[in-house]
Design a protein around this ligand. Structure first.
Ligand SMILES: C[S@@+](CC[C@H](N)C(=O)[O-])C[C@H]1O[C@@H](n2cnc3c(N)ncnc32)[C@H](O)[C@@H]1O
Length: 218
């Protein structure tokens, strides 16, 4: 992990327990806009992505809660966390007994945050900084996709990729709080969780988020 992104993450976040999942600690921020501005200055890029990695998103929180309640979904299995952000789902999978966890994200600061968060939870997460959606699905037993349906262009690419993974026998768990682009007709609902987030990100501090499987016929 490069030192500068890691130092940036440490400077702008505080290590603290995840609401509702107190055994997991993440480097999290309180406010999104000042941090986004700091990212724009740090990267010298006015179009820099939002600092997704500094928050635990409702979809990821639902998956993490689900894995705590149903460790058998990942225990002893190889897990791939798509669009990992903070690394929350990968860390939750390892806590539930996954044999290995790989996290992917396109944001270099997310890569730094995932490394720091994995270390803070004494877990080993392999991190891939690449847009894997143009690749074939990975060698994994389970793919976790937390909160990937907030953007139409991303959503349009995620579902076909997850469907291909499912066709190859990979289990797919989706976590989502009802984002606009989620194609619920293609998914099988497994559970609902009340998750605590922040009004920095959502309209309410408490959201209902659902966990779905991508069904065999999706
Ligand atoms: C809303 S956050 C969700 C993070 C995490 N899964 C969670 O639920 O807390 C979405 C993440 O997707 C990442 N992302 C966007 N496009 C991506 C792509 N094509 N491949 C991998 N990650 C991507 C963003 O950088 C961001 O970290």
């Amino acid at each position: 992990m490069a030192a500068a992104p890691r130092a940036f993450v440490l400077r702008h976040t505080r290590l603290r327990p995840v609401p509702g999942l107190e055994q997991i600690r993440l480097h999290l921020a309180d406010e999104v806009l000042p941090l986004w501005h700091a990212v724009q200055l740090e990267t010298d890029d006015p179009d820099a992505a939002l600092p997704y990695w500094a928050f635990a998103w409702a979809g990821g929180l639902a998956i993490a809660r689900h894995l705590a309640a149903h460790p058998e979904a990942v225990a002893g299995r190889r897990v791939f966390d798509l669009a990992s952000g903070s690394g929350l789902c990968a860390i939750a999978a390892l806590r539930a007994g996954a044999s290995v966890a790989t996290a992917s994200d396109i944001d270099g600061l997310a890569v730094a945050a995932i490394g720091l968060n994995a270390r803070a939870n004494a877990r080993r997460v392999t991190v891939v900084r690449r847009d894997v959606l143009d690749d074939e699905p990975p060698s994994a037993d389970v793919i976790l996709a937390g909160d990937c349906w907030y953007d139409g262009r991303l959503a349009a690419r995620v579902m076909p990729w997850l469907r291909r993974a499912r066709e190859r026998g990979i289990d797919v768990l989706v976590g989502d709080p009802g984002r606009r682009y989620l194609p619920t007709d293609e998914l099988v609902e497994l559970a609902r969780y009340e998750v605590r987030t922040t009004t920095e990100l959502e309209d309410l501090e408490q959201k209902q988020a659902r966990v779905f499987a991508v069904g065999p016929g999706a």
